[in-house]
Design a protein around this ligand. Sequence first.
Ligand code: DQA
Length: 143
Amino acid sequence: MKVLVLNGPNLGRLDIRDSSIYGDMSYADLVAHIVNAAKTHGFEADVRQSNDEAEIIGWLHEAADSNLPVIINPAAFTHYSYAIRDAAEMVKAPLIEVHLSNPLSREEFRHTSVISGVANGTIGGFGPNSYVLALIALKALLS
Ligand code: DQA
């Protein structure tokens, strides 16, 4: 089973972001971590990253049209993109929101997610393993 794993702005530059928050894994390492974990749990992960809201919306339309499950880290778009929220709402297969950090333990503007209300659930605070936990949750939702 294919799963789209979508990553929002600045996640492609993980290795130069604050390592006390995001750890020291590069984006390439994160992708490998997700692809391997997906295989372990019976998925083929198509992992993508974009700094462009429109591109992410297009990928969510693709998931809606192809009935693909989605794991999404919308990054900063989490907190204000109603357009990504509306596109995520169209996805009828399970959609799980993930974060590397725990946004609820950070600045107040990160405490709001406009995406959570249209996600099956949200996992944050476990670094790269947030994605692994999302894959396990997805497997349970689909079985
Ligand atoms: C993030 C948390 C967001 O608040 C932030 O804007 C990001 C990354 C995370 O994975 O912890 O870019 O989504």
